[in-house]
Design a binder for this molecule. Structure first.
Ligand SMILES: [Zn+2]
Ligand SMILES: [Zn+2]
Length: 710
């Protein structure tokens, strides 16, 4: 009898990563095995070892309270399978397959994304599914891109243990985020419920300071009193007939100052043109925040959208790991090799004349700056293509020559008063041949010597309030203030929107956002304090690189968090009614707005009421019903679990189904792409779906009948 082959189980973070890793390590000779509920794993042999590659689907475990309706604040929490939570049921299929696979394995390698979150995902699979021994012995594959060569290297030389600092720091962050976020959010909702109202409210350790940044800016804008100021322009002409308009460089704040310029018309002046040459260095490599900022500037993508697109590109092997703070490309990534591969995609590589790339100041111990691997994904969507293209251009431009720009300045002196105008000309494009730059050419003539003043023009202007933050500039501000992590900042921005605290593209604080900030300032001010959040972040960063006494250090951070949350919870708990009152009106205003946004078209049954998307608290799912209820009882069920919104075009008009004329809806579901659909069960577009549902029901019936017989 042949002895059983030694079996290694590689645990990945996402299905696509499992597929890539299996293909890389097996020379594409892996066998793909798909379970009946459509979760795949891979099996192959390598150097006489049997290898299984299985996957998680992000977090398979989450922090939950040990008993429902615990004390307030509640610190009695533990890791539980994520599938026990509403909306995350889909993770069970992955959990089950891994459970089966661990039984066959005698060695474990964690190959999740190499960062804090990835470490926690991998650690939880190993300790809660494979067990104590596996936890101690598990090895760790470290890689920054899903390319064959890097994966093979990572597999041949894995780290002997998990990255314990990252694992413990990650776990600690999950705990304290729960302590703050769940406890305080519950407190706020409880406070609101004293007025008989319900609304999902939340506040958190990073969300608090982020909200304060937005509200502070909003109040600054609200309290801003514009002041008038004046600008003076002269039109001058030289002896050759060249004309140019020059401006007085100082804004005049008093109208009386204008008199000083009145007499200048028809006077003679003296012009002088200076040209200053500037060498413009190429941009530095992309860290995540810069990538997000640039994608917002150029394509209008929110930081969360950019993160998602970049993650897809990474999983497809097209780019390196995007969640990085680094602005450096180490030479190990193989500059020449990548540039050579990129040649197949773009002619622009010819501008890459330097052997070494530029580099920025920021560093990241885990990953290099974002770079294209040169291995292109076959199928690629519109957004992915744009973002990929930009990453390629950024990479190439880091190897390009500096650009040369001429700054031209004409200064005109009229009786001791000086005026000027500036021009700009790109003389040598260098890297600007490759990357979308911000320089705008402004042509001005060269004028020297005597000029005549032909015309005087004044412009009255108003000082402007500071600008609101955009999703991208808020992410940048949070990073600058060391609030949140590169993995969480984009999500914080999204939460501010989904809670109704902000609206519009340039983030305008709503009445509810302003009220929430004011209320917290009164009763639990520390939750808004960025200093506290930052010092907690620093503790977590220290934990991440710590080598010993990790458990003790974790406990210390948690104890501090508990103490702070207890104090905040007391501030809320002691003032429930006051807080409720304070939030009631603003909450109602947001509710009214949402109600309007969720209203669809006239009810086809009664013709009087309007159909509206509703959320059923009891069954925790969305449905469509007629707002003439209870007179009209028309309802339509919607698919479970997703968040449903009407599908609107850019002008805000509802888009209708081509087949039946019902308004179309969008479903946003975790782990799935947004999906546009018609909710009319009688619509042709739903025929197949309805048929399937009926078949499924019939099948279940038959199965039940059979079971009964036995
Ligand atoms: Zn109706
Ligand atoms: Zn339809």
């Amino acid at each position: 009898m042949a002895t059983k082959k030694k079996t290694t189980l590689i645990i990945t973070e996402k299905p696509q990563a499992a597929e890539k890793i299996a293909a890389a390590l097996s020379d594409a000779k892996d066998e793909k095995i798909t379970s009946k509920d459509k979760v795949s794993y891979y099996e192959f042999e390598r150097d006489g070892r049997r290898i299984l590659v299985g996957c998680a689907v992000g977090h398979l475990f989450g922090i939950q309270q040990i008993v429902a309706r615990g004390p307030f604040p509640n610190f009695e929490v533990e890791w539980k399978p994520a599938h026990e939570k509403k909306g995350r049921e889909y993770t069970k299929r992955y959990y089950d397959v891994l459970k089966k696979l661990v039984k066959q394995a005698d060695e474990f390698i964690v190959a999740t994304d190499f960062d804090v979150e990835g470490e926690v995902i991998g650690w939880n699979v190993v300790r809660f599914i494979a067990g104590k021994k596996a936890e101690k012995d598990a090895k760790r594959m470290k890689f920054s891109s899903l390319t064959k060569e890097e994966l093979e290297k990572a597999f041949e030389k894995p780290q002997e243990t998990l990255e314990w600092g990252a694992a413990i720091a990650g776990e600690t962050r999950h705990y304290i985020d729960w302590f703050y976020g769940i406890n305080l959010s519950r407190g706020l909702m409880k406070a609101l419920s004293t007025t008989g109202k319900f609304r999902i409210l939340s506040i958190g350790r990073v969300q608090g300071p982020a909200l304060k940044i937005i509200v502070d800016r909003e109040l600054e804008i609200k309290n801003f009193e514009p002041e008038a100021y004046w600008q003076i322009f002269l039109q001058v002409k030289d002896s050759k007939g060249q004309k140019i308009e020059v401006m007085h460089p100082k804004d005049l704040t008093k109208k009386s100052e204008l008199l000083k310029f009145k007499h200048l018309k028809d006077k003679k002046g003296d012009a002088k043109t200076d040209v200053r040459e500037e060498k413009v260095a190429p941009p530095v490599p992309f860290d995540l925040t810069t990538l997000q900022t640039e994608c917002y500037r150029l394509f209008g993508l929110t930081p969360a959208q950019t993160s998602k697109v970049a993650q897809n590109l990474y999983l497809g092997g097209a780019i390196s790991y995007p969640r990085t703070s680094s602005q450096k490309y180490p030479k190990e990534i193989g500059y020449d090799k990548i540039l050579k591969r990129l040649k197949k995609h773009t002619q622009l590589v010819k501008y890459a004349v330097n052997k070494k790339p530029t580099e920025g100041k920021k560093e990241d111990p885990a990953h290099p700056a974002v770079y294209p691997t040169g291995e292109s994904k076959k199928k690629i969507g519109e957004q992915e293509r744009k973002v990929y293209d930009l990453i390629v251009k950024r990479f190439i431009s880091c190897f390009c020559a500096a650009g040369m720009v001429d700054h031209k300045k004409i200064v005109v002196d009229v009786g001791g008063l000086r005026f000027n105008v500036k021009g700009l000309q790109i003389k040598d494009k260098g890297w600007m041949n490759v990357y979308p730059h911000r320089f705008k050419e402004e042509k001005v003539p060269t004028i020297n010597g005597a000029v005549d003043v032909k015309e005087i023009r004044t412009e009255e202007k108003q000082t402007k309030p500071p600008r609101r933050y955009s999703p991208a500039s808020l992410v940048r501000e949070l990073e600058k203030k060391n609030l949140g992590t590169k993995a969480t900042r984009a999500a914080i921005v999204e939460t501010l929107y989904s809670r109704g605290y902000v609206q519009e593209k340039s983030m305008e604080a709503t009445e509810l956002g302003i009220k929430m900030e004011a209320t917290l300032r009164n009763y639990a001010p520390e939750i808004l304090d960025e200093e506290l959040t930052r010092s907690m972040s620093i503790e977590l960063e220290k934990l991440q690189v710590a080598k010993k006494d990790l458990d003790k250090k974790e406990k210390k951070v948690l104890d501090r968090a508990k103490k702070e949350v207890t104090k905040l919870a007391k501030g809320i708990g002691d003032n429930l009614e006051k807080i409720g009152k304070s939030l009631e009106k603003a909450s109602a205003a947001v509710y009214e707005k949402e109600r309007k946004a969720n209203t669809l078209t006239k009810c086809p049954k009664c013709g009087k009421g309007n159909l509206r998307i509703m959320y059923g608290k009891k069954f925790k799912r969305y449905f469509v019903s007629c707002d003439a209820y209870p007179k009209c009882k028309t309802t339509y069920s919607l698919p479970p679990n997703g968040k449903m919104t009407p599908f609107r075009d850019k002008e805000g008009n509802l888009e209708m189904c081509q087949e039946c004329g019902f308004p179309l809806l969008m479903s946003f579901k975790r782990g799935k792409r947004p999906w546009k659909f018609c909710f009319n069960p009688e619509c042709k577009t739903n025929e197949e779906w309805v048929k399937k549902k009926e078949e499924f029901k019939a099948g279940l019936g038959a199965k039940k009948a059979k079971e009964k017989k036995v």
